[in-house]
Design a binder for this molecule. Sequence first.
Ligand code: TRP
Length: 358
Amino acid sequence: MKKIILTGDRPTGRLHIGHYVGSLRRRVELQNSGEYDHIYIMIADAQALTDNFEHPEKVRSNILEVALDYLACGLDPEKITIFVQSAVPELTEITFYYMNLVTLSRLQRNPTVKAEIQMRGFETSIPVGFLNYPISQASDITAFKATTVPVGEDQLPMIEQTREIVRKFNSIYGDVLTEPEALVSSNIACQRLPGTDGKAKMSKSLCNCIYLADEADEVQKKVMSMYTDPDHIKVTDPGKLEGNTVFTYLDAFCRDEHFASYLPEYENLDALKAHYQAGGLGDVKVKKFLNRVLEEELAPIRERRKEYEKRIEWVYEVLRKGSEEARREAADTLDGMKAAMKINYFEDSDFLRDWNAR
Ligand code: TRP
């Protein structure tokens, strides 16, 4: 069986380092591993509209931002397909058939949807399109016959829902769809990087994100004002690691080589942590180290982003061509589905024959 990846992001803002450690960095590794027959990366604008339908301009203005972030991280359109969801209308048609296979209560039980309904104050009146988005996500995944979906841990309920839809479809209409598997980072810190203020999630509205496009001085400012251990007041005080954002970021970004380059008095992160917990290590020193670690990873991304910004017409063409290619693949899957459902009347020579043989 072919190994195929599909994953994507909602274009509601520039991508930040939470996206990077949670998913983007991994995608680039998967791309370069050569182990996959095809990789599709989707800019999920239609899904973004399910809770931003009153602000299509917000989605519009972030299509190229997200594309630039992808390219800056090292995703390479020579090796993979980058496309825009709404440019593949077959996805909507597939969604329509899947809607028959899912109950309302199953959607309402989806933990991600549940949390989002609460967050957006949709409890009393949930837009149908919003509630339906896990079904649409199942279409995104299955339309490309994806076997593997690299996502953040918050997306696991979506993959589970997709698997259920696939099993149901296949059991009713025959074995046409591929059941995908999620691929989640094994590094806990990477799975959900907290905001710089220590809050559980990076979010644009909380202003607690470090963006891939941030300049070096902005990153430094954000790192130096990061949330640590509020009880670690004097340098000599013992410090706590739990809930200490600076150490969570180090867990996500730092490697032993960074110590040799920037902080040779420690062998590795464990040694640094031990000193912090014992007391005698100040936050400023740890933050300066984190800033250098981040800078090593972010500087090349930032530079590449600027280069691609100068070639924005080329980026636009990448999306257009990618979307055309994605459309062909989704149409092929849809054809197979309709044939299995026996609703492909005009491609089916048996259709009239069955009628005449009545
Ligand atoms: N729901 C994902 C997010 O919010 C975006 C997305 C849409 C996606 N369709 C997808 C991710 C299909 C993986 C596979 O980030």
